[in-house]
Design a protein. Structure first.
Ligand code: GLN
Length: 248
């Protein structure tokens, strides 16, 4: 009997070791792969070290920690985030991404974590004073963004030039290739802070909500993200992260 117990103990120990080992293996590949476009300060931008920093990066890190996953952020064009999430190339997209009906056809969105407002940037001294004055002017936008969609709807495709990044659109404004840029308000503030001679018009062009996108079939991850977000909102983490980058 004693002998039997000893054997049983050994077998149990061996089984436990295998289970533990398998568990470890799964955990080390337990990544949360996030796609973003790191040209959208203060939500995502490349810091001095070349690492992607910002509000989205920090909220994503807090969500990943709650999920027991390791966050990896991939920088890609804004317009390829949704397709990549849909095809399973990325687990989620987080890029100051506005929730809209068209995108909802392709992906699911988490609960909202921030508000965005579309702003109009013009050179100081420009004769453009309101959104109405944009009629017939050349407008620069970041390709595939809501600013791009609204600008074409309101002012005609022939008056809108899409650029790969928000920064490219702003540089086109600085060099006089376009008369105005329509872009989300916080990136707009970041861009005029580092480009002399530009200002933001005092008219909010459109209000929107930002959320994380996940593949339609990945409802388990969506639920996990929403639960984590709710906790991070309730304990003040989300507010603190936003306040760190957007001083009141
Ligand atoms: N909020 C805008 C959109 O979702 C812009 C996002 C971005 O450029 N990263 O289209």
């Amino acid at each position: 009997m004693k002998q039997f117990k000893k054997v049983l103990a050994l077998v149990l120990a061996a089984v436990l070791a295998v289970v533990t080992f398998a568990g470890c293996g799964a955990k080390s590949s337990n990544k949360l792969l996030m796609a973003t476009n790191a040209s959208f300060p203060p939500y995502e931008f490349k810091g001095d070290s070349g690492e992607i920093e910002g509000i989205d990066a920090e909220i994503a890190a807090a969500i990943a920690a709650k999920l027991g996953k390791e966050l990896e952020i991939v920088d890609t064009e804004f317009g390829s985030i949704i397709g990549g999430v849909q095809s399973g190339k990325y687990d989620m997209g987080m890029a100051g991404m506005t929730v809209n009906e068209e995108r909802k056809q392709s992906v699911n969105f988490s609960d909202t974590y921030a508000i965005g407002v579309q702003s109009i940037i013009v050179p100081e001294g420009s004769d453009i004073q309101t959104a109405d004055d944009l009629e017939g002017k050349q407008i620069g936008v970041q390709q595939d963004t809501t600013g791009h969609i609204y600008a074409e709807d309101d002012y005609g495709q022939e008056n809108v030039t899409p650029y790969k990044t928000g920064n490219d659109a702003v540089q086109a404004l600085v060099s006089g290739k376009v008369d105005a840029v329509i872009i989300d308000n916080e990136p707009a503030k970041s861009y005029i802070a580092v480009n002399a001679g530009l200002k933001i018009l005092d008219t909010a062009y459109a209000e929107e909500e930002y959320a994380i996108c996940v593949a339609k079939e990945n409802t388990e991850l969506l639920d996990q993200i929403n639960t984590a977000l709710a906790e991070l909102k309730a304990d003040g983490t989300v507010d603190n992260i936003i306040a760190k980058y957007i001083p009141a």
